[in-house]
Design a protein around this ligand. Structure first.
Ligand SMILES: [Zn+2]
Length: 256
């Protein structure tokens, strides 16, 4: 059986490792086949734990110290100390805190955020001493989760060196929303994020990140539409809510 096939991000900093997962290489069965990493999805907890352990092995991070969150579409940032996620990733696996972002300056602590259409954004400081991960659905974006995540790893003096990667998310091709949501997002991020009846969440992320001080040329968009690419990604909207979760993961490697 083939293992997980995550999309590895070139961070440009030797010790910072980052990846976005695909649905390949896990143990969960349809409609969550197969690398479902989300705990609150109706999947068997044993499958989620096995998938998370398998991913940690494939990428080479410590699953016991990895951070998993209870995502609530807010703007709170969990600041992970050297103990990391306190076995929230593969232990009880119910999340260490109610938060949609995590940040750390401690090597060896992997930060994981999950999504099934929402953008996941990974960010790291120029010298690789601090990293952050955020789940950035439209509510979290409006609440300011990306601005909060960037503020957690950089101040005004060094935010210009921060790099960020916006992971696969539902594209404007598949994301028509109601007039009320369009109005809120256009008001917050400008009319340029609208695509007819749809919204470009990647564009919202870019406005938020640049507004927080990250230079546009330091923001990478991984691309891909979670709804269009059924073989690669879970999509809440495509699958009517019965689906799994992919993850964005970032960490600072410990000295060998
Ligand atoms: Zn699409």
């Amino acid at each position: 059986m083939s293992g997980p096939a995550p999309i590895i991000i070139r961070t440009g900093v030797p010790r910072v490792r980052a990846a976005f997962t695909t649905r390949a290489g896990g143990t969960s069965t349809a409609p969550r086949a197969s690398l479902n990493l989300g705990a609150a999805t109706g999947d068997h907890p044993g499958h989620v734990r096995a998938n998370r352990t398998r991913l940690a092995g494939a990428l080479g991070f410590d699953p016991v110290r990895a951070v998993a969150l209870r995502q609530v579409h807010g703007s709170a940032v969990y600041m992970a100390d050297g103990h990391g996620g306190r076995d929230s990733f593969t232990g009880a696996a119910d999340g260490v805190a109610d938060a949609d972002a995590a940040a750390t300056g401690h090597p060896g602590i992997a930060l994981a955020v999950m999504g099934a259409d929402c953008p996941m954004v990974l960010a790291w400081s120029a010298d690789g001493s601090r990293v952050a991960a955020a789940h950035a659905g439209w509510r979290g974006l409006v609440a300011g989760v990306l601005e909060a995540a960037i503020a957690a790893i950089a101040d005004d003096d060094d935010v210009g060196g921060v790099r960020a990667a916006v992971g696969p998310h539902i594209g404007p091709c598949c994301y028509p929303v109601g007039d009320d949501v369009r109005a809120v997002l256009a008001d917050r991020f400008g009319p340029g994020v609208l695509r007819g009846a749809a919204v470009d969440l990647g564009a919202c992320c870019e406005v938020a990140l640049t507004g927080a001080g990250v230079p546009r040329d330091r923001i990478a968009h991984i691309g891909g539409c979670t709804a269009c690419e059924e073989g690669l990604f879970f999509s809440y909207r495509r699958d009517g809510g019965e689906t799994g979760r992919q993850a964005g993961i970032i960490w600072i490697e410990e000295d060998a």
